[in-house]
Ligand binder design. Structure first.
Ligand SMILES: [Zn+2]
Length: 488
């Protein structure tokens, strides 16, 4: 990773000091608008928003009090939206590799429940830093199982400068859950972040089977009333679909539909195992989906038919599900997963043509998570959540179709700067106003004890143990004897 500012002949380099001003007139080589990349444009950033987006010549002439900051070979593009995350799972991100479905039972619930407020803060801050480094400026947190420490996630994301739709869990089935208390806590959560620049409250139920029908309907309705997002995981794994069928005779999305919990305020994580009837329910109710292609690759039973959803008019964003916080690898996975799961069988060699995945990771993603009026686009009035991307790299030379190249070629190593709410947060991948390395040291000091004290049950061994087992299984006694010279 480069640590020095980009130097271009005849230009003063953009630097953190220059980019830290309250008002900015940025003149990049290209600006990524919703309908594609454009040259000769500039943007004025003021009070955390894009005040103007227009022809560079006009903006320079109209803002004589601002020194234009010229950014050659640079794309100014929207920050990505991670439509599904679990920020408090950061300590366990490499523990879940190779695990079969429903790892929440064996890994995430035990890990998150064992964290105190300080550990939730450290985990969320680490995850938030990873998100910004990966090009995300907004994440949706699906609600930590350390329910009492949800505030620590808000504190962490604010400290890092990441926009966060913050879920509060409202599961009312299970040990000692008190529906009255859950409802009261939900109401408090919905009002306490009013006016916050970066935090948007959301309510969540982990999976439909974790709540009563009354709670599912009530929490979804509460969100609709408050203009907040209601989140739940639905139809991800065969075991969950079958459990729901056994419990109530309906598949999870059918169940949500029957209790009146679907609607435009709802974001369903996964929706991978969906029937045509369930797709119709999503479309007819305006329910949105978080399509999580890396989670599908790592632990899924199926891929969400995201291209089909787009064709049907079902709203969706793209999420990491706490797998890896790299927006470029995520959109690449979004496209590749559709191609492998559906495009091969139908002869669809386009699978969205690149732009679909870029749009659903930015503007359409913001709409799916209820922030369409706020972020996701380089447009006047929208929050100035954006990236400066270095285009002067061999991988994107020559450039014929920048939109698709961003999906297939671009890398987070090209992200020179990350802004949220008009403020420079990262420069060359590191925070500009706090110490990212100190955070990593704090995590290193605490993480081993935190993970050791959690009653995690792993099924899959680490890679080296796995290799040893495979070698043991496949070892030929004759070859082993020859190798040791003991063969007759
Ligand atoms: Zn999830």
């Amino acid at each position: 990773m480069r640590t020095e500012p980009v130097m271009h002949p005849g230009q003063a380099p953009a630097s953190p000091a220059v980019l830290a001003a309250d008002e900015l007139l940025l003149v990049p080589d290209q600006v990524l608008l919703r309908d594609g990349p454009r040259r000769d444009l500039a943007v004025v950033v003021a009070n955390g928003r894009f005040r103007e987006v227009g022809l560079a010549e006009a903006l320079v002439a109209g803002n004589p009090h601002l020194e234009p900051i010229r950014l050659p070979d640079t794309l100014l593009m929207p920050g990505f939206i991670d439509a599904h995350h679990h920020l408090s799972q950061a300590f366990g991100k490499a523990i879940a590799f190779g695990e079969p479905s429903e790892i929440f039972r064996r890994i995430w619930v035990p890990l998150e429940r064992s964290l105190d407020a300080e550990l939730v803060y450290l985990a969320a801050k680490l995850a938030a830093l990873e998100s910004l480094r990966g090009g995300f400026t907004t994440v949706v947190d699906a609600g930590t199982r350390a329910e009492e420490h949800t505030d620590a996630i808000a504190e962490a994301t604010r400290a890092v400068g990441l926009r966060c739709v913050l879920g509060q869990l409202c599961n009312d089935l299970g040990d000692g859950a008190d529906p009255v208390r859950i409802r009261r806590r939900a109401e408090v959560h919905l009002v306490r972040w009013q006016g916050d620049e970066l935090i948007r409250p959301s309510l969540a139920i982990s999976i439909p089977e974790a709540a009563s029908d009354v709670m599912l309907q009530g929490i979804s309705a509460l969100c609709a009333e408050a203009g907040a997002l209601f989140q739940t995981h639905a139809n991800e794994h065969l075991v969950a679909v079958e459990r729901s069928l056994v419990q109530c005779g309906l598949r999870p999305i059918e169940h949500l539909h029957r209790v009146g919990a679907l609607g435009p305020q709802v974001l369903l994580a996964h929706a991978t195992l969906v029937t045509p009837a369930e797709l119709a329910m999503l479309r007819d109710t305006g329910t949105a989906v978080a399509y999580n292609p890396v989670a599908t690759q790592w632990k899924g039973n199926a891929a969400a038919p995201a291209e089909m959803m787009a064709a049907l008019g079902i709203r969706f964003g793209i999420g990491t599900d706490a797998t890896r916080a790299d927006a470029f690898r995520l959109i690449d996975a979004a496209e590749a997963t559709q191609r492998l799961a559906f495009g091969l069988a139908s002869g669809d060699s386009s699978c969205g043509g690149g732009w679909l995945w870029l749009d659903h990771a930015t503007a359409a993603g913001a709409e799916a998570i209820g922030l369409g009026g706020i972020t996701g686009e380089i447009a006047p009035g929208k929050a100035a959540d954006f990236l400066l991307l270095d285009l002067a790299v061999p991988e994107m030379t020559p450039s014929w179709d920048l939109t698709w190249e961003l999906v297939r070629f671009a890398s987070r190593a090209q992200v020179a700067a990350v802004f949220t709410a008009g403020r420079l947060r990262l420069w060359q991948a590191w925070p500009v106003d706090w110490d990212g390395h100190a955070l990593m040291r704090s995590v290193a000091e605490r993480v081993a004890a935190a993970v050791a004290s959690a009653p995690i049950q792993r099924v899959h061994p680490r890679a080296d143990e796995h290799r040893a087992r495979v070698q043991q299984r496949t070892a030929s006694p004759v070859l082993a004897a020859l190798a040791t010279g003991s063969a007759p």
